[in-house]
Design a protein around this ligand. Structure first.
Ligand code: GLU
Length: 309
C-alpha cells in the first residue's frame, strides 16, 4: 500500500510544535536576527512531481549554505576531478567558519560545504564565467530551472548585511590567497558568495530543486539530465558526510539521509530513488543547524522507515 505522506507530515507538524521555540536564530547576520522563531514548513516531492506539504511551505527564507549544493553541482560539472586540487572531500569536524584547520592544511579547505570550501567553489566559478555578475546569473538561471520558479531572487539586504559583518569569511579568503589557493579578487568573490547564500526560496521550491539529485542527476518529471549519475552520487555522498558541519556524523546517525543545512533554518535532503525533502524552522541548535528541522527529518525517517541504511 502506498504511504500516506500527507498524514505523516501532519503528524510531524503536531509533534514538532513544542520544539519550535528551542534554539536561536542566526543573529550573527543582523538581517536574519529579526526572523521570528516558531515558524515551520516541510515539503516532500515524489518521483512523479507529487508534492506534500505542511506549515508555511510557500514562505521564502534565506537558503544560506544550502546554496553550496548548487554551486558545487555547477563547479563539478565544469571541472570534474580537477576541482579536488583546490578543495578536499573529507568532513571537517570543525565549525563551519573555522580558520584553524585551514592554516595547518595550507589553504586547502576540507570540503565544498564549509565556508572556506564554498568560497573556493565560488572562486572557481568566477574564473570560469570570467565575472562575478555572470556567475550569479548562471547560478540563478540553473536554480530557476531546477526549482521551476523563473523568479527566484537574491535578498540584497541579507547579502549586504553579511558583507558588513563578514570579517571571518574575508579572513578565510585572504588566508587561502596567502597559500596561493585563490584566483580572483577577494572582496568581490566573497560578495558573490554572500549573494548566493542570500537567495530566498520556500520549502516547496527547494524540495523541487533537489529532485534531480534524488534521481541520479535526472529530473524524473521533465526527464532532463542535469548532471551525470556518478557526479550526483558524489554530491549526495558529500551531503551525507559534510552537510551539517561538525554535526554531520550525528545527523547521519539520527536521520540517515544525505542532507544540507543552512543558517537560515532550512535543510534539504534526498531519499535516493524515492523523493526529495525540504524543511524549514529558523531557530538553530549549537552547531548552526535548524533544531526543529533536524528533529522533523528524524521523525520522518523513523515513521516511514526511509533511510539509506
Ligand atoms: N552565509 C553564511 C556564512 O557564510 C552561511 C553559513 C551557513 O548557512 O551555514 O556564514
Amino acid at each position: 500500500m502506498p504511504m500516506n505522506y500527507q498524514k505523516i507530515l501532519d503528524e510531524i507538524y503536531d509533534e514538532i510544535q513544542p520544539e519550535l521555540q528551542h534554539g536561536k536564530v542566526a543573529d550573527y547576520i543582523p538581517a536574519l536576527a529579526e526572523i521570528e522563531k516558531g515558524q515551520f514548513a516541510m515539503t516532500v516531492t515524489l518521483e512523479d512531481g507529487a508534492v506534500y506539504s505542511v506549515g508555511d511551505s510557500t514562505k521564502k527564507f534565506s537558503i544560506q549554505s544550502i546554496s553550496k549544493v548548487f554551486t558545487f553541482t555547477l563547479a563539478l560539472e565544469i571541472y570534474s576531478k580537477e576541482l579536488y586540487k583546490r578543495v578536499g572531500v573529507e568532513p571537517s569536524g570543525n565549525a563551519f567558519n573555522s580558520l584553524v584547520q585551514l592554516e595547518y592544511e595550507h589553504g586547502i579547505p576540507r570540503n565544498p560545504f564549509i565556508n572556506a570550501g564554498a568560497i573556493i567553489i565560488t572562486d572557481t566559478l568566477i574564473t570560469h564565467y570570467k565575472d562575478p555578475d555572470k556567475t550569479l546569473k548562471v547560478l540563478l538561471y540553473f536554480m530557476r530551472k531546477i526549482s521551476g520558479n523563473p523568479k527566484l531572487s537574491i535578498d540584497k539586504e541579507v547579502a549586504n548585511s553579511e558583507m558588513e559583518y563578514g570579517d571571518r569569511n574575508l579572513a578565510l579568503a585572504r588566508l587561502m590567497r596567502s597559500f596561493g589557493n585563490f584566483e580572483n579578487e577577494v572582496q568581490s568573490t566573497v560578495m558573490t558568495y554572500f549573494n548566493h547564500c542570500a537567495i530566498t526560496m520556500s520549502t516547496e521550491e527547494l524540495s523541487r530543486a533537489m529532485l534531480f539529485l534524488a534521481f541520479g542527476g535526472i529530473d524524473p518529471v521533465s526527464k532532463k539530465i542535469f548532471i551525470s549519475s556518478s557526479k550526483a552520487k558524489r554530491i549526495n555522498a558529500m551531503m551525507l558526510t559534510c552537510g551539517h558541519y561538525d554535526a554531520s556524523g550525528e545527523f547521519a546517525f539520527h536521520v540517515g539521509l544525505p542532507a544540507k543545512s543552512g543558517v537560515g533554518g532550512g535543510i534539504v535532503a534526498t531519499v535516493p530513488g524515492e523523493m526529495s525533502i525540504a524543511v524549514w524552522s529558523p531557530a538553530l541548535n549549537k552547531y548552526g543547524n535548524s533544531h526543529a528541522g533536524t528533529l522533523a527529518l528524524e521523525m520522518f525517517t523513523t515513521k516511514t522507515g526511509l533511510s539509506i541504511f
